[in-house]
Design a protein around this ligand. Structure first.
Ligand code: KG4
Ligand code: ZN
Length: 357
């Protein structure tokens, strides 16, 4: 019997250096043979955000080591790798270039196909690494640089239903955390703070909640937090503000997701609909619970990637690479990095610089 294809995937779009090997499987759910991630948390901590030049330097220092580790852990011989996939965008150009060039060099020396992968497509399809999932489905992509509702109609076939008009949700979490004195990236810790506070203590705005369809906006929320955070009198009030923020986000997503469901249903009349929530912020338990609640109300079934696959990783890049490999969708070795690559080809532009949309 012919061996199932094995794809080596590389992810270096921002501050994670990651390499993974994934193999096709008859079950329809590919097998993760290895999934190595090295975070640059310590490199950027003191700056309160990702410094592109330092991120790129760290990728250069680590990529070789991480690739060797991933290959060793997978038990795969170099000659058994069918293709190399690497993130082509969106992301920081200096960071993308490291993984992209490494991947091209590897594909060239092994004389196997090279496949460029859209980082957002990796997130969009990430639950397929453990769940058999058919198209179409509604996707809410929420991470440090992205916040959007998309109709996922097939591989490479996306229709954007709504997007943030200013900050991404992960960015809102990180900025709020910073104002509360939590170190970068504060999202996960902010969620912990919120558990100790009173969610009703502070009244926070819900920008564009009754307009703009399923577009999102978080900048006004950040301004309100900035004002309130200056007058906090105790540690308990910090927890209360975190809880009020978490609660407001949950309510915004509840209302906007209902709108996205309506929008999605206009073109999809199936009895049972699927709703995938992906990206780093999809690890937030409170958000998961709230989105599960609204899904039940509207007859959608929620699917979340496993927690370890919510943040940036290379398994999702290998998996998209595998889907493209099976369709013979290969790229030339002169494929350039694409820092503002959208997922929906009809979306005119990605807002903000680098990884933001
Ligand atoms: O997908 P990701 O790893 O990187 C990007 O592509 O941006 O997402 C990172 C973002 C950060 O803003 C981080 O604070 C946020 O996801 N995040 C969370 C949680 N875990 C990660 N935000 C809220 N609650 C969490 N539990
Ligand atoms: Zn990401």
């Amino acid at each position: 019997m012919a061996k199932k294809p094995i794809i080596l995937g590389i992810e270096t779009s921002c501050d994670e250096t990651a390499v993974s090997l994934v193999q096709d499987n008859d079950s329809g759910v590919p097998k993760i043979l290895s999934n190595v991630i090295s975070s640059q948390f310590d490199v950027h901590k003191e700056f309160g955000g990702v410094v592109p030049e330092l991120a790129a330097r760290s990728h250069i220092e680590k990529i070789d080591l991480i690739a060797k580790k991933a290959i060793k852990e997978s038990g795969v011989k170099l000659n058994d790798i069918s293709a190399v996939a690497a993130t082509v965008g969106p992301g920081l150009i200096v960071c993308l270039s490291v993984g992209l060039n490494f991947g091209k060099a590897m594909a060239s020396s092994l004389n196997i196909p090279f496949i460029g992968v859209n980082h957002l497509e990796g997130h969009a399809l990430s639950p397929k690494l453990h769940t058999k999932l058919d198209y179409p489905y509604l996707l809410l992509l929420i991470s440090g640089g992205h916040s959007q509702y998309l109709s996922v109609n097939g591989l490479g076939n996306y229709k954007r239903l709504g997007t943030t008009i200013d900050d991404a949700l992960g960015e809102a979490f990180d900025k709020t955390a910073k104002l509360l004195g939590i170190e970068f990236p504060g999202g996960p810790k902010l969620e912990k703070y919120a558990k100790k506070g009173d969610p009703k203590k502070f009244q926070l705005p819900m920008p564009i909640i009754n307009k703009g369809g399923c577009n999102l906006s978080f900048a006004g929320l950040k301004t309100a937090i900035l004002r309130i955070s200056k007058n906090l009198k105790s540690e308990q009030e910090k927890f209360d503000l975190a809880a009020s923020f978490q609660n407001t986000i949950e309510n915004i997503l509840f209302i906007k997701t209902k709108k996205a469901f309506e929008e999605f249903k206009k073109n999809n009349l199936n009895e049972k609909q699927f709703f995938v929530v992906a990206g780093g912020v999809a690890a937030n338990k409170g958000i998961r619970d709230k989105l599960t609640e609204v899904s039940k109300q509207c007859n959608f079934q929620t699917i979340y990637p496993n927690i370890n696959l919510c943040g940036d990783n290379a398994a999702m890049i290998s998996m998209v690479g595998l889907e493209k490999y099976k369709l013979n969708q290969f790229d030339e070795l002169d494929l350039p990095a694409s820092p503002r690559l959208p997922l929906d080809k009809n979306a005119k532009f990605l807002k903000g610089a680098g990884v933001k949309i």
